[in-house]
Design a protein around this ligand. Sequence first.
Ligand code: TRP
Length: 329
Amino acid sequence: METVVSGIRSTGNLHLGNYFGAVKNFLKMQEENKCFFFIADYHSLTTHPRPDNLHANIKQVLAEYLACGIDPEIATIFIQSDVPEVTELYLLLNMVAYVGELERTTSFKEKIRKHPDNINAGLLTYPVLMAADIIIHRANKVPVGKDQEQHLEMTRRFARRFNTLYEVNYFPEPDAYNFGNELVKIPGLDGAGKMGKSEGNGIFLTDEPSVIRKKVMSAVTDSGPTLPGQEPSEPVKNLFTIMKVVSEPSTVEYFTNQHASCQIRYGDLKKQLAEDIIKVTDPIRNRANGILADNKYLAKVVREGGERARESASKTIRDVREIIGYKQF
Ligand code: TRP
């Protein structure tokens, strides 16, 4: 059995991008692999959440994970900060990560551009912590969206460097994984880039149907095709991309043909798209609300998951300390 690790930062509700980029793959993988799915609450600290909402954020993502169908009986679900061993491996891996490569990471450069007032060292070493999350369970596969590809490449590099430095073959080099051939990137509704949490761009799994309809209806499009067979513009292509993951193939085909023959009415496409999104999100939203109210269940899930994750993590730390040369007096 192969080992799978993946995590999602607890910085707000899950959106369609998280679902189709990551969680949906978790569901398929949990059946056939040894899976560790966690909530990356240490990673969420880079953006300085307040003490009075940190816990609620974690709880929300946990409830949504479970509502999506991750099964705590077969997969290990845990909170990152319940497994402090990961911070030790993070420190140790910092010794094989070079400042230059961390500074060149795309996600870091983007953060600098967007938040020049909060360039903390935790952001710089974010990929090192992520690598520790993954290799502490000696994972082989990591289901993530396309935006995480570079972080996975760095994880492999750190694992390889550790192996080379200590002349061992201890850490496997994990791969980013998706059931299709390609990693999925779900675009946002504002016409450019991936789906995120910003206003008017993302659809959350817990959005009420009325909210989803409103968001989709106000998604950016264009003034319509003028030549038969014309390539759709970026914002319209984005709507088709979302449609491909939520709608029936025949629906996609219908609107594709409508576009190609210049007969398309974007209002109709959006109405259909909204309804097909709601079909995916509505059962999840209902279940999440029920689970959120069941504190006893949530407590049991994280206690048992935390124990299993710690067991696996502490074994790795024992091995790693020995490899590095720590000995008992
Ligand atoms: N960086 C990931 C994201 O933003 C979250 C994450 C943290 C993660 N640690 C991980 C994903 C380990 C996979 C494996 O989505």
